[in-house]
Design a protein around this ligand. Structure first.
Ligand code: T4K
Length: 406
């Protein structure tokens, strides 16, 4: 439905732009036949988990794709972070951005260590190495950079800093599968990098994750840890947990690896469309990826500025009503979420760049579930909303919706 007046907006009773919710993070499926063929073979083998044929095949294909020596598949990205922290014997404090998904912080806290939240560089939106350096003290054992939205996180600066100060360096690469920095795949930087293969990711295994590393010793340790520390029947060499990936997940991964080019092409096309059609709208500043590098274009991110005429939260509320389930990745910063928000340690923490970004950022639907034409309809809608910003804002206030409850 074309909107010609603010009263056509679904928030005020008009017909929603989409009849079904259009989500951020709708999974890529690949080829169902390919997937089911692989699952059938796993059933025939009667081998469903515990380092099965498909897990091994996926590990070796991923290691080759990522140009890294070891890929250790696990049950999800959070467990991958936890295992990396434990296998690297981290202690005390770990410096990380607050501008990330809560799992990055939780993995540290869950291990009994202290997350030290650091501000971001407002230009790059990832950890600011200058601020990181200021936070290092005798209790610091590691830096955890996050390649937010697949944008590489100050790799040379953090590598130098961690080496100079004798710290471990982990990258949370949950968003960065298939991305590169300096023409090298994100995978072998730092001591370890961690991927999430959750259903909402560019490459998914339903649930799943991986730790990738160049270190033989670390890889050995991680393999032990993900399987209770077993070295053979009735032989346990170390403390471990159950972090194994099962065969069905690995079948999905193999299926999607076979279809990755097509998925990437769809993401790239949507990214370009959003930039061309919505990137010209005043006050809507889309985040760009470095076209000289490999990107997965999984996150279509814009910052909503004053010129847009409505706040980010007002826009999100309008979009939700139209069945466009845009997300605020990531709002608020982790330091404003529990349990951190109630901890004395973080009570006076000031992270102004994180707060500003978290308050302005919006993530739009993309991926293979987004039908042709949908991006143009979203862009037209955004353009309509921007050009009627004052009227809509006034109507929203009268209506009692300020967009603060999403
Ligand atoms: N580090 C970083 C930087 C991360 O971003 C993440 C996860 C991790 C670590 C931890 O990795 P995992 O342990 O998750 O492997 C989602 C994902 O659940 C989470 O994996 C992801 N980051 C985060 C950025 O996004 P939510 O709470 O926003 O998810 P949810 O359930 O709202 O799903 C998003 C949308 O996707 C929904 O609107 C509906 C749609 N969806 C979802 C699923 C699962 C579908 O259409 N189909 C589906 O099957 O966290």
């Amino acid at each position: 439905m074309i909107k010609t007046s603010w009263s056509d907006l679904a928030l005020f009773g008009g017909q929603p732009l989409f009849s079904e919710p259009l989500h951020v993070g709708r999974p890529n499926i690949g080829c169902k036949d390919n997937f089911f063929r692989r699952v059938e073979a796993a059933f025939d083998r009667r081998w469903l988990t515990n380092d099965g044929v498909c897990v091994r095949e996926l590990e070796s294909r991923l290691a080759a794709f990522l140009s890294v020596r070891h890929c250790i598949l696990v049950s999800n990205g959070t467990v991958a972070l936890e295992l990396a922290i434990r296998a690297l014997r981290l202690t005390g404090e770990i410096i990380l951005p607050s501008f990330t998904f809560i799992a990055t912080a939780h993995a540290i806290q869950w291990a009994g260590l202290t997350p030290v939240f650091c501000d971001i560089d407002p230009q790059t939106c990832v950890l600011d190495p200058v601020q990181v350096e200021r936070l290092i003290n005798e209790k610091t054992s590691a830096i955890m950079g996050v390649h937010v939205w697949g944008k590489p996180c100050a790799i040379p600066e953090l590598t130098r800093l961690s080496q100079q100060r004798g710290l471990k360096l982990i990258f949370d690469a949950a968003h960065a599968f298939g991305c590169s920095w300096d023409h090298r795949m994100i995978s072998a930087f730092g001591d370890a990098e961690v991927f999430s293969f959750h259903a909402t990711k560019f490459f998914n295994t339903f649930e799943g994750g991986a730790v990738v590393t160049e270190s033989d010793a670390l890889a050995r340790e991680l393999r032990l840890m993900r399987n209770f520390g077993f070295t053979g029947h009735d032989q346990v060499a170390a403390l471990g947990i159950n972090g194994k990936m099962h065969e069905i997940s690995a079948c999905m991964g193999l299926n999607l690896l076979d279809n990755l080019d097509e998925i990437l092409e769809t993401n790239r096309r949507h990214y370009q469309q959003y930039h061309e059609l919505a990137g010209v709208i005043p006050g809507l500043n889309f985040i760009r990826y470095n076209e000289k590098e490999k990107n997965n274009y999984q996150y279509i991110i814009a910052r909503v500025g004053q010129e847009f005429g409505l706040t980010r939260d007002q826009l999100v509320e309008l979009l939700f009503a139209e069945n466009i389930v845009a997300r605020r990745y990531f709002y608020p910063g982790c330091h404003k979420l529990e349990p951190y928000a109630s901890m004395l340690r973080y009570a006076s923490l000031q992270l102004p760049h994180t707060d500003r970004l978290a308050d302005s950022v919006i993530s739009f639907p993309t991926g293979t579930a987004v039908q042709a034409g949908a991006v143009k309809r979203i862009a037209d809608f955004l353009s309509f909303v921007q050009s009627h910003g004052d009227e809509i804002s006034a109507a929203m206030q009268k209506h009692g919706s300020l967009g603060s409850n999403n």
